[in-house]
Every structure is written in C-alpha cells, then in structure tokens.
Design a protein around this ligand. Sequence first.
Ligand code: ZDP
Length: 279
Amino acid sequence: MISFVKYHGLGNDFILVDNRQQLEPLITPEQAILWCDRHFGIGADGVIFALPGQADTDYTMRIFNSDGSEPEMCGNGIRCLARFITDLEGVSAKEIYRIHTLAGVIVPKLEANGQVTVDMGLPRLLAAAIPTTLAAAAQQVVNQPLEAAGKSWQVTCVSMGNPHCITFVDDVAAIPLEAIGPQFEHHPAFPQRTNTEFIEVVSRDYLKMRVWERGAGITLACGTGACAALAAGVLNGLCDRRATVELPGGCLEIEWSEVDQRLYMTGPAQQVFSGLTAL
Ligand code: ZDP
C-alpha cells in the first residue's frame, strides 16, 4: 500500500506522493494512468511527486499527466506541491521553496492569506524552444496562421518550460474544445505536442480562458497556460502586463514583471482528501 494526498488548484486536480526517500518516482507512468482514471481509480489530471532536492534546491517536482506522459512543468500543480510540502514539514515548514523541475528552478511562496504566488521564470518565445516548426528556429511565433480542424487560426506560441499554443477568439464559450483540442495537440507543427488555450480578451486586465491540455484533455484550469496566455496577450498588444485570467475553475492573477521579465502567478491550492491505495 502507498499513501497519497489529493489536492486541487481551481479544479485542476492532482494526486501528491511523498517521494522524499528516493529520486525515482514510487509509481510508474502506467500506474499513474490507472490512478488518474475517474471511474476505475482515484481520479485526477496528474500525479505529482515530491522528490529530494538537487542542485541547490529544496525539492524536485516530477509530474505524470493522466495519459502517462511527463510534462516539464505544471503551474497549478506546483502550488499544490508547495502546500503538500508545508503540510509534510509541519512546524519546520518555510515560506519560500526552491523547486527543481524539468523547466528549471521554480519558486513558490506561501502567502499569509493561503494563496500561493509562484515565480514561474522567464517565458521562452523562440520557435525552437516551444518547440514548433511554425517559424524559423530563432524567430518568435506571434499571430501566425495555423491550419487545424479545417480552418485557419492565428496563433501565438509561448513555452513556460512546456509548450503552449494560444488563439484569441471573440467568444471562448463557443469554441468546440473537445473536437478541435486534439487537432492542435497532435498537429505536426508541434513535435512535442502542445497545450492549447483559447482566450477571450474581456478587457486589458481581464482574460477568459479555456484549455485543452497536452496529455490530459479538457481541464478546469492550467497555471502554465494562464501565464503563457498573458504573455501572448502582451506580445499581441491586447492586454496589460498584469491581468486576471478567468478559467472554468476560477481566477488566477498573472503578472509579467517589467523589472525582471519573469512571470508571477498567484492562486489557491487546496487539500481535498488523503488515502491509501494498492501500488
Ligand atoms: O504540458 C503538459 O503536458 C500539461 N498537461 C502539464 C500540466 C499543466 C498544468 N495544468 C498547469 O497548471 O500548468 C498542470
């Protein structure tokens, strides 16, 4: 048997595993698929492991999507991880943690009001870094055409360590996400597949977003996606550097700092239940 704790950030839900004893995840990607199943398992968008820190960090985070693939980063997930760690550490918990991820060092900070603010690092904008073939390797992809689902879309690409393809639309509720999401995710222009966000600009400081996640499908929220969406909005001159991003599961506050050019995300993370399950 192995113990786990279930958390969510705006309805983007994760199974957290105390993996402090070893650097290899305690379960395999195949087991993660079973755990994430909402009918035959615990049910979640992904499984997150709190592993020992490396290279001058407090912890290492790894995550398996519900399809068993491994993303580089997870914005809602790292807020959940920050809460999980403080719950595990009890009285010796800190306010700020340095977390090693496949997207570099990410730094969550626990606010007095229970929210978590995360230094999500620098957005990567060059085509080679997304990665995408929509432009030459050293060029940005801003408002470029992409043929998908029998239509031409204008897309902007941003990597937050993981790939995002952003499209601005008039009415985000009208997008048939279930039908077109997979066609973006598996589009040949994205060799590592992609997360896909549709954004309605309500005002310069308020965006409405729906997301199709790589490896997880429709989710209620996506932290890296909200950061990528704000960066894309700024690159297209559509929004300010600080905005509220409304997702189906609730709101995130995102800022692309003029001072250090890093993205900062603030939002909730909540424990839901804990349990024991067969390995
Ligand atoms: O890049 C991917 O494969 C995503 N599915 C990873 C998860 C992203 C997440 N929703 C977020 O909040 O950033 C957890």
